[in-house]
Write a protein that binds this ligand. Structure first.
Ligand code: C5P
Length: 209
């Protein structure tokens, strides 16, 4: 028996913070699907594989053991061949390459298979969790905010120039449009004028009994 809550939305929409807090309040783990795409990208970049060579990427993923480590109230982590990766997955270099890697159907199938291995209750965030991976989720949410607002939040997290970060986010939005499919039945939350706690409260308030 699984109980899944999906939270989808564009880059820097606050998905991971929101998902972590919602999961923490419910006492269940949260899962970031983006981390799996980031791990695949990191592996490809550090092995010198071309990001547009799907066959080479799939062979690479086959040769390495990629584990998603989830815990209640904690950040998600990925272990590659037993080594935990964290900040390595959140660099501008990975950001710039990940949309290309995520476009390959074989890579998406690899990520989806990792996610479908999970059992029990959890909150999962990404782009297509409510549509593609967990169509029967108990509750679905879609978070959004204008690019400038998301960029300002991202600059607060990582150093960077606001204009450059806004441009990079718009670019990733465009590239990700192919793989972002908000579920029509998802509860849509524009987080522009909402604090993190307010978003969390709305989600908790909209959950089925
Ligand atoms: O959510 P996050 O920004 O960490 O995701 C990194 C990238 O992984 C996205 O820009 C997107 O290209 C890809 N992704 C995806 N489908 C998902 C989650 C992430 O294509 N469900």
């Amino acid at each position: 028996e699984t109980f899944v809550i999906t939270i989808d939305g564009p880059a820097a929409s606050g998905k991971s913070s929101v998902s972590r807090l919602v999961a923490q309040r419910l006492g269940i783990p949260y899962v970031s699907s983006g981390l799996l795409y980031r791990a695949a990208t990191y592996l490809a970049q550090t092995s010198g594989e071309a990001l547009d060579d799907e066959g080479a990427l799939l062979q690479l993923l086959d040769r390495h053991r990629v584990q998603l480590v989830t815990a209640v109230g904690a950040r998600n982590r990925i272990a590659v061949d037993g080594r935990t990766l964290d900040h390595e997955l959140h660099t501008d270099r990975v950001d710039a390459g990940v949309s290309v890697v995520a476009r390959h159907p074989g890579v998406r199938a690899w990520v989806d298979a990792r996610l479908r291995e999970l059992t029990g209750a959890f909150v999962v965030e990404g782009r297509d969790m409510g549509t593609q991976v967990f169509p029967h989720a108990a509750a679905k949410f879609y978070l959004s905010a204008p690019p400038e607002v998301r960029a300002a939040r991202r600059v607060g997290e990582r150093a960077g120039d606001l204009e450059a970060v806004t441009a990079a986010l718009r670019r990733r939005d465009q590239l990700d449009a192919v793989q972002s499919r908000p579920a029509p039945e998802a509860v849509y939350l524009d987080t522009r004028d909402l604090t993190l706690d307010e978003v969390v409260a709305r989600i908790l308030g909209a959950l089925p009994e």
